[in-house]
Design a protein around this ligand. Structure first.
Ligand code: SAM
Length: 295
């Protein structure tokens, strides 16, 4: 049986009114009211009855019900307790949805998914993310030991550009590197701000992140690699050299270590961090570790 979509302006208004719900801007509550966009999101995520889905922030269930119609099971994390009775009402026709009242950033994803998901199907994350914590959520998911095969996530267009950026562009930074190290990133499509209530100030984009079989580059120490990439972008107008000194120290020993590493990796210290490719960052990080170990 097909149910009337939650994500139309009239049904959304009706649900909000019935439950006396007031939006909380501080929780990034912008609800989707266009079913065609939801169909496109589900198509992009290629969800079928052998996919388990994690959703972050179901709101009143607009995306959740589309996911539930296609996936094996949906596990949705919602921080706002006022939405729990609403979701119980709107999602009552769907028996394969579990809503967990929790801040996703505090969630133990391995534990919760193993408790909820009955079958060992591939896990995908599909969500219209709360904009105020898009980056922390993406990082939390990437760094989780849970095997997530794909993420199809909506965010502000400007953040989407950063995730998928290539070197020597304004959007390229440590976030691009952190994401692209683990995942292939591509902007799937743009979503106009007019399809949300309340309307945000900017347009959004759906990003598709597909887990690589192995990380994009080989590094001897991931922690050291991410420290290096963060250091290189500390101050965007400064050279790589200046940023490295700022982060690692300005004493003579550190200077000669950095000089030797840059030379061995064949990287000109007067370049800016944003011109370095993932491979160059990996080379430099590996040489820094190698020279450090040798003392
Ligand atoms: N999925 C719905 C939709 O597309 O209409 C709502 C999306 S809305 C942009 C973001 C949702 O995330 C809200 O329901 C909000 O309450 C919830 N949220 C905000 N911070 C959260 C957090 N830390 N953990 C879980 N959910 C959160």
């Amino acid at each position: 049986m097909e149910y009337k979509d939650i994500a139309t302006p009239s049904r959304t208004r009706e649900i909000l009114k019935k439950h006396g719900f007031q939006f909380k801007k501080s929780l990034g509550q912008n609800f989707l009211t266009e079913p065609n966009i939801l169909t496109k999101i589900v198509d992009t995520a290629e969800i079928n009855e052998q996919t388990n889905v994690i959703e972050v922030g179901p709101g009143i269930g607009a995306l959740t019900e589309h996911l539930a119609r296609h996936a094996a099971q949906v596990l949705a994390f919602e921080i706002d307790d006022r939405l729990l009775p609403v979701l119980e009402d709107t999602l009552s026709p769907y028996k394969n949805v579990t809503v967990v009242h929790q801040d996703v950033l505090k969630a133990d994803l391995v534990k919760t998914t193993s408790e909820i998901f009955e079958k060992d199907y591939p896990i995908k994350v599909v969500a219209n993310l709360p904009y105020y914590i898009t980056t922390p959520i993406i990082m939390h998911l990437l760094e989780s030991p849970l095997d997530i095969s794909e993420m199809v996530v909506m965010m502000q267009k400007e953040v989407a550009d950063r995730l998928s950026a290539v070197p020597s562009t304004k959007a390229y930074g440590s976030l691009s590197i952190a994401v692209q190290y683990y995942m292939e990133a591509k902007v799937a499509f743009i979503v106009p701000k007019t399809v949300f209530v309340p309307q945000p100030n900017v347009d959004s984009a759906i990003v598709k992140l597909t887990k690589r079989e192995k990380p994009a580059v080989e590094v001897t120490d991931e922690k050291a690699f991410f420290r290096l990439t963060k250091s290189a972008f500390l101050l965007r107008r400064k050279t790589l050299w200046n940023n490295l000194l700022h982060s690692y120290g300005k004493d003579e020993e550190t200077k000669s270590w950095l000089t030797a590493a840059l030379e061995k990796a064949g990287i000109d210290p007067s370049r800016r961090g944003e011109t370095l490719s993932l491979q160059e960052f990996a080379d430099l990080s590996n040489v820094l570790e190698e020279l450090k170990i040798k003392g």
